[in-house]
Design a protein around this ligand. Structure first.
Ligand code: ADP
Length: 334
């Protein structure tokens, strides 16, 4: 349990760790993924072999890291955590792989950002539990084969489409994690509130869940902001009215759009007449990296029917103009 005193902004990771479900049964939502994964894990345990490699794809904050931890826990094996960007050379990967213990679970976050040579080493490791370590340079270079302990790779990516086919094909189980339903987020909010000792009414939880962009990490974050507000401005109990007032203060609107979402839509409408406009141009206009706009803002806006991707670029839908309270120019497409 976490007392609210640890909950400074910089401690999000500490809080997240405390709020992470530890067992598959406590993982809320994603029913299909959970059931499929449960079968994969149980049959592996019965056969006494490491399960197939698992690829988890889905946006940030949907529970990929949490699932990797759960997989290791359910298998009763240690978990090693690394990420694509941390592996710059094949040697970095060899160092990790060669020190894995039998059956260990290796979590590689953002696996689509791994360096190419390392990727090729990973193919062989996944398939044959063997790597070729190249020593020396030029014509004198020699590949020394090295056996590694059988392990299970859990790869996570926010962009499944960016994974090279040969890598994707080497995962025996590929799960796509989708946005959560409001009812599931409500359960998550109630659970987190209990762990953080926050008193919250059903209406308060509904309000937080409904504005969480289908994402547990955001639900937990908004819950803490609402909790702060309740402690300072009221008696600590999160009611519906209080949640509404707090979230309005933090610029999260009724549909859950935050500053970035509104900036993207606002810019698309005000600067580009509603589009079509290319992703990079749009990203520059709101001062963000294209990947941030594409991975963080867009999937939610598309799902909400506020933004559409067309071959000619991004366009704002009529619903978006209405939501932002703006009038489309007469010649606007759509
Ligand atoms: P990702 O790795 O996909 O970015 P995380 O696994 O780090 O996401 O999850 C972010 C936070 O959301 C964690 O603190 C975790 O407690 C919470 N969370 C994610 N999925 C669930 C879930 N299904 N049930 C309860 N909490 C969840």
């Amino acid at each position: 349990l976490v007392s609210s005193s640890v909950d400074e902004d910089g401690d999000e990771q500490v809080i997240e760790a405390a709020l992470r479900p530890k067992k598959l049964d406590d993982f809320i939502g994603q029913h299909r993924v959970r059931e499929q994964l449960s079968l994969v894990l149980h049959s592996a345990v019965r056969r006494g072999r490491p399960p197939d490699h698992v690829l988890l794809s889905g946006g940030p904050g949907l529970g990929k890291t949490t699932l990797a931890m759960i997989i290791a826990a359910e298998l009763g094996r240690p978990l090693r955590i690394s990420s694509g960007p941390a592996i710059e050379r094949a040697g970095d990967l060899a160092a990790v792989l060669s020190t894995l213990s039998e059956g260990e679970v290796l979590f590689l976050d953002e696996i689509h950002r791994m360096a190419r040579p390392a990727e090729e080493m990973l193919y062989m490791a996944m398939e044959d539990f063997r790597v070729d370590v190249v020593v020396g340079k030029g014509p004198g270079a020699t590949a020394i084969p090295l056996d590694i302990a059988p392990f299970t790779l859990v790869g996570a990516t926010t962009r499944a489409g960016m994974l090279p086919g040969p890598l994707r094909d080497r995962f025996g189980f590929v799960a796509h994690m989708d946005f959560y339903e409001p009812a599931e987020l409500e359960v998550i909010v109630h659970r987190s509130a209990r762990l953080l000792n926050v008193r919250i009414e059903d209406g308060g939880a509904t309000e937080v869940a409904g504005r969480s962009r289908g994402t547990p990490r955001i639900a937990n974050r908004l819950l803490r902001r609402v909790r702060d507000f309740a402690e300072v401005r009221a008696d600590g109990v999160v009611t519906r009215e209080l949640a509404r007032a707090a979230l309005t203060l933090y610029e999260v609107d009724e549909r859950g759009l935050d500053r970035l979402d509104r900036a993207v839509l606002g810019s698309l409408m005000r600067k580009f007449g509603g589009g079509p406009v290319g992703l990079s141009t749009l990203a520059v206009s709101v001062g963000e990296e294209p990947e941030t706009v594409e991975v963080v803002a867009e999937p939610f806006l598309v799902r909400q029917g506020l933004l559409a991707r067309t071959p000619r670029g991004r366009i704002a839908t009529p619903a978006a103009w209405r939501h932002m309270g703006l009038t489309p120019p007469p010649a606007a497409p759509m």
